[in-house]
Design a protein around this ligand. Structure first.
Ligand SMILES: Nc1ncnc2c1ncn2[C@@H]1O[C@H](COP(=O)(O)OP(=O)(O)OP(=O)(O)O)[C@@H](O)[C@H]1O
Ligand SMILES: [Mg+2]
Length: 359
């Protein structure tokens, strides 16, 4: 046996979470601990529970849920909306709780005094009891919250991860962070100790919340980079949208159409390919709309129909964009509804009035 064969490649464990196994190129690194960090409400607990639920439902792999914050009763109740019958799984011996949550009236636990040894023994016992291959721990902040010393957090985390690896389970461990694009976790050291880090975000954008998941690192194995959108769906749980997996199935056209600019046509080898979507990003003032106007004008001269769909601009701002300053009524009509507007060629029988103002 050559020396390299003594070090087998790191395997992946398919989580079963829709879309996640695609962006992680096959799942979570097996027998290792993955830190899942996110702000309040970013779906950390849902992911931790779903990791076990999917294992039970799809792979017949049992799990142990270690809860530091919510009581097992609350978790069972909160996850009911996803149709995960945790009490039934507990009764069947495929799910076990280790309740490390604070009991009413209990004194604050100072992490320095926290008996991690006893906790790890309880986890090991639960793992043996249900023959678990998956463990979820939610969330670390509760035991480390009183610890000001980053070095201590580092050593305790290392101790937990090593113990879980020795037991032979694949672990998801959640941690809080306070900003979507700030420190990865609260103590600023967790991400360095963890082999694998996944970030859940719940970003506010133009008065709407957008959830994304990003695999920051998987030590020793590949994964897809960047943020992927996900959603939390009743009766399903987390569904990641793996944009890179969405393939196009329609045939491509080989017909060239002019871009409206002779030089650009030459650079493209004779114009754009027709029936395509061209993404033309650029900062303000780079003449994106003027260029769009040229494209439409040339299209209109050659093929008689062109259409503009400004996704952000009001229809009125397009009046000035009419080729040669033509008024909208000379064969062209303006139509505006539901936030987009279009310039389309009038044809007999077409309803071309604006649905808002009636013009
Ligand atoms: N049954 C459900 N159906 C749909 N969405 C749900 C359901 N349950 C929870 N969610 C969504 O998940 C969010 C909370 O997820 P979760 O409790 O996992 O967040 P968290 O990151 O653990 O938050 P915290 O830091 O407060 O513990 C809710 O705000 C809601 O948007
Ligand atoms: Mg939570």
């Amino acid at each position: 046996m050559s020396q390299i064969e003594q070090y087998p490649q790191i395997e992946k464990l398919e989580t079963g979470i829709p879309g996640f196994d695609h962006i992680s190129n096959g799942g979570l690194p097996k027998y290792r601990t993955t830190l899942v960090s996110g702000t309040a409400g970013s779906a950390k607990t849902v992911l931790a529970a779903q990791f076990l639920a999917e294992g039970i439902m799809k792979k017949q792999e049992n799990g142990v849920f270690v809860t530091f914050e919510e009581s097992p009763t609350d978790i069972c109740r909160n996850m009911r909306g996803f149709n995960w019958d945790i009490p039934k799984w507990e009764a069947e011996g495929s799910w076990a709780f280790v309740d490390a949550s604070r009991q009413p009236g209990e004194e604050t636990i100072y992490a320095g005094d926290y008996d991690l040894g006893a906790l790890l023994a309880r986890i090991e016992s639960a793992v043996q009891q249900v023959n678990a291959t998956r463990v979820s721990m939610d969330s670390l902040g509760a035991i480390f919250s009183q610890l000001s010393d980053g070095a201590r957090v580092r050593s305790e985390l290392f101790r937990i991860a090593s113990a879980l690896r020795r037991i032979g389970v694949t672990t998801v461990m959640t941690a809080e962070r306070t900003e979507e694009y700030g420190e990865i976790a609260r103590f600023g050291v967790e991400e360095f100790v963890a082999d694998n880090v996944v970030i859940l975000r719940n970003i506010m954008e133009e008065e709407k919340r957008r959830r994304t998941v990003e695999i920051l690192k998987f030590r020793g194995v590949s994964h897809q980079k960047g943020e992927f959108p996900f959603t939390v769906i009743p009766e399903q749980g987390i569904v990641v949208i793996p944009l890179s997996a969405i393939g196009l199935v329609q045939k491509s056209s080989d017909v060239r159409v002019t871009s409206g600019n002779a030089e650009l046509d030459r650079m493209c080898g004779g114009g754009f390919f027709g029936i395509r979507l061209f993404w033309c990003p650029g900062r303000r003032g780079l003449a994106k709309r003027s260029w769009q106007r040229r494209l439409c004008r040339r299209g209109r001269m050659r093929t008689s129909a062109a259409c503009c769909l400004p996704l952000r601009k009001a229809a009125t701002s397009f009046r000035a964009m009419q080729p040669g300053g033509e008024p909208t009524s000379s064969g062209w009509s303006r139509r505006a509804s539901y936030g987009w507007s279009a310039i389309i060629r009038r044809r007999r029988g077409w309803k071309t009035s604006c649905s808002r103002c009636g013009r």
